[in-house]
Design a protein around this ligand. Structure first.
Ligand code: NAP
Length: 410
């Protein structure tokens, strides 16, 4: 984040392009360029909103997706920057916090303009500390063609009288394009070409954003509450806390790398990954026989390697999970295996980096890699785990060795 600030901290005037950018489109880019030209600002800083304060109940695409699409869209314009300030700030996003942060970082005499849709500016008196905000920066209310300008001025009359010179108005024909229209087109399979930069279109398609089936719920026979109740009586309190941490971490990773369905599957796989780990020896043997869990020589000698394979069967029969991907994520969460599915990798990694883990060497690096590149994180964790297993004189499962070979050579 510091580098991005270095790119604009010495500018005399900056326009901040605030918005949800879900997704960013050519209308936003044309607007930013038009404002830059009209107000002769040195830079336009795109500021994707973190958790828009006024959209608590509305589903907004994950921060990192919106941020990365904004970076892709602006990369060819040397006067455009993208800031992580809002997406990295925890809690609801308020513009006043952003402007104050920028004021601290930038030259004391910097002139700031905040560009956003006139619809949002309509509501400005409901924002946090609106009067203070209007003393710190100018606002550029941009509208689509045909927007009722008189109505805007009427609605903001009270503040306009006081801060007339601070609120500017600009009609931008290119804003006939809208993010909601793009989301709808994408859902219906209609073209979005030329409405968004090619890179953004490619990104949307690569990650399957805005598709109907992303919103479809994955159906599990038991509710999450019932699964959690059953689980609580099957494992120790300590393991239950770990399990909740794995489920949360897996959902976080799925939010970044997967779809809504992956998030739901990640929660269930994370919850159940250790469901058979605390079974006493006699129970383990009985269930292995009853559920026909195949064990190999290594597992028979190193019996703690049995629990993920047994866990998958228990998840199927006791928790009625039928989704094969979820079952495999449970099955391979300890050994790993070559060419794992997204969900398998997510659960394997979440198990290693979940927030309730006590600190150990390599944990920070594993956490860093997990949010950068899942395959690199896999290689790193497998390597560390293999070293750990060897150092303790335990038996290593060949699947882990094969998995490490696979991820190291990707
Ligand atoms: P929004 O509801 O997503 O947008 C309202 C309308 O304005 C939409 O039609 C949108 O079109 C358009 N729009 C949004 N940003 C635009 C931009 N930069 N240029 C051109 N058109 C734009 O509003 P929002 O994105 O959530 O909020 C806008 C900004 O105001 C954000 O930075 C947000 O953090 C800030 N805000 C702050 C507070 C507060 O501090 N309490 C409250 C509300 C909003 P598209 O959908 O096509 O973009």
């Amino acid at each position: 984040m510091r580098n991005e600030i270095a790119n604009f901290k010495d500018c005399k005037s900056i326009a901040i392009m605030g918005g949800t950018f879900d997704p960013i489109h050519n209308g936003h880019l044309v607007t930013a360029e038009a404002v830059r030209h009209r107000f002769k600002v040195d830079r336009v800083v795109f500021m994707p909103a973190g958790q828009p304060a006024h959209k608590a109940n509305k589903k907004v695409t994950h921060n990192e997706h919106r941020y990365l699409m904004t970076v892709l869209a602006t990369m060819r314009n040397e006067n455009f920057e993208v800031s992580r300030i809002e997406i990295d700030r925890p809690g609801a996003t308020y513009t006043i916090d952003t402007i104050e942060e920028l004021k601290k970082i930038c030259r004391p005499d910097v002139r700031l303009y905040f560009i956003t849709g006139a619809d949002a500016i309509h509501q400005i008196m409901t924002w946090k500390q609106p009067e203070r905000l209007l003393t710190l920066c100018d606002f550029v209310a941009v509208t689509r063609p045909g927007y009722d300008r008189a109505k805007l001025f009427e609605d903001i009359g009270e503040i306009r009288e006081k801060y007339a010179s601070r609120i500017h108005y600009m009609e931008v024909p290119a804003l006939a394009i809208s993010s909601s229209d793009i989301r709808e087109r994408e859902q219906k399979g209609e073209p979005i070409k030329y409405l968004v930069p090619q890179e953004v279109e490619d990104y949307i398609h690569k990650f399957g954003l805005y598709h109907d089936d992303m919103a479809k719920e994955v159906k599990f026979m038991l509710s999450l509450e019932t699964m959690q109740e059953k689980l609580q009586s099957a494992i120790s309190v300590k393991r239950y806390i770990h399990t909740l941490g794995v489920a949360d971490e897996a959902v976080k990773l799925a939010e970044i790398y997967g779809t809504t369905q992956d998030q739901q599957k990640a929660r269930v796989a994370g919850l159940l990954h250790d469901c058979a780990k605390d079974y006493p020896e006699s129970m383990r043997q009985r269930f292995c026989k009853e559920y026909k869990v195949k064990t190999d020589e290594i597992m028979n000698k190193q019996t703690d390697l049995i629990h993920p394979f047994l866990g998958a069967e228990v998840a199927k029969r006791e928790y009625q999970v039928m989704d094969e991907d979820v079952l495999n994520a449970i099955r391979f969460h300890t050994t790993g295996r070559p060419n794992m599915s997204l969900l398998e990798k997510i659960v394997f990694i979440a198990d290693y980096i979940e927030p309730n883990r006590e600190k150990f060497g390599g944990l920070d690096e594993a956490r860093r890699l997990a949010y950068l590149d899942l395959d690199k994180a896999m290689a790193y964790i497998l390597e560390n785990t293999i070293e750990y297993v060897k150092a303790r004189g335990r038996l290593l499962h060949p699947l882990s060795v094969e998995a490490l070979e696979y991820y190291k050579n990707l």
